[in-house]
Design a protein around this ligand. Structure first.
Ligand SMILES: O=P([O-])([O-])O[C@@H]1[C@@H](O)[C@H](O)[C@@H](O)[C@H](O)[C@@H]1O
Ligand SMILES: [Mg+2]
Ligand SMILES: [Mg+2]
Length: 294
């Protein structure tokens, strides 16, 4: 039990959640105000993998704010990794940050953009905050304490039949013809079941918030990153949903692939239909660029 001077683990996690919410709302306002302004756009792993000065500014704001409050914490940020920082998870409290999820939407002024901040402690995802900046919907989840959207408790879908499912996915920023063909093949296989429908909104984090809210039945993607999934893994789990690997095993945060659903039965039916698209892991240190999608 913590002494009177020390805070309990529960109190610390509450403090971490509060700090994440505060900086997320601040970041969301910056993004909302910049949505329709002139942007300096650069590309990363492909001509469709975009980054703007707002992504970088927001990530710096989040990291500087949280590291000032919690100097012993570590950070995995999408744009810091793009600038060469390592994407390695240790036992230390680690914030996993996507400053703008939906940057392509942001570049085009499409109002489907989010900030996503997850926290891992001893390699366990403990809390997540995702802010849909234009809708002003704040999704939060803390392990063992439920998931909420603007304070309303979230409950994932109870649908167990793939032929009655509305599914979300994302195509990512890969434009290699073979990989694109494989991505469409997966959609075709699901539509042949037939699933009710497939939708693409351009933000994996917001897709996963829809799974947590129960207004879609499932989401899957090959090619997303740990920062797209970290916060959402807590929010979906706390809403009674499930996030697993596309091969059916437990979620592997660094694997670049995921199936999320309101029920395990739904997730397994999707796993059965999917053909794998191999991407280089987020934490990969070998040079596998010749054989895997980036
Ligand atoms: O880059 P970003 O906007 O943070 O994240 C986006 C992901 O949320 C989405 O799943 C993927 O399809 C896009 O290519 C992009 O990676
Ligand atoms: Mg993202
Ligand atoms: Mg991003």
């Amino acid at each position: 039990m913590a002494g009177s001077g020390e805070r309990s683990r529960d109190e610390l996690l509450e403090e971490y959640l509060k700090a994440a919410v505060q900086v997320t709302l601040e970041a969301g306002q910056i993004i909302r105000e910049a949505l329709t302004s002139e942007k300096r756009v650069q590309t990363k792993s492909s001509a469709a993998d975009l980054v703007t000065e707002t992504d970088q500014l927001v990530e710096n704001l989040i990291i500087s704010t949280l590291s000032n409050k919690f100097p012993s914490h570590r950070f995995i940020g999408e744009e810091s990794v793009a600038a060469g920082e390592k994407c390695i998870l240790t036992d230390d409290p680690t914030w996993i940050i996507d400053p703008i999820d939906g940057t392509c939407n942001f570049v085009h002024g499409t109002p489907v953009v989010a900030v996503s901040i997850g926290l891992s402690v001893k390699k366990e995802l403990e809390l997540g905050v995702i802010y849909s900046c234009v809708e002003e919907k704040l999704y939060t989840g803390r392990k063992g304490h439920g998931a909420f959207c603007n304070g309303q408790k979230l409950q994932a879908s109870t649908q167990t039949d793939l032929s009655k499912a509305l599914i979300l996915t994302e195509l990512g920023s890969i434009r290699d013809p073979v990989a694109v063909k494989m991505l469409f093949n997966n959609m075709e296989r699901l539509l042949k079941v037939p699933a009710h429908g497939i939708r693409i909104v351009g933000s994996a984090a917001l897709d996963l918030c829809h799974v947590a809210a129960g207004d879609v039945d499932a989401f899957y993607q090959f090619g997303l990153h740990c920062w797209d999934m970290a916060a959402a893994a807590v929010i979906v789990g706390e809403a009674g949903g499930i996030m697993i690997d596309t091969a059916g095993g437990p979620l592997d945060l660094m694997s670049r692939r995921v199936v999320a659903a309101g029920t395990l039965e739904m997730a397994y039916q999707i796993v059965k239909e999917l053909q794998p698209v191999a991407y280089e892991r987020d934490d990969s240190t070998e040079d596998t660029s010749h054989s895997l999608c980036k």
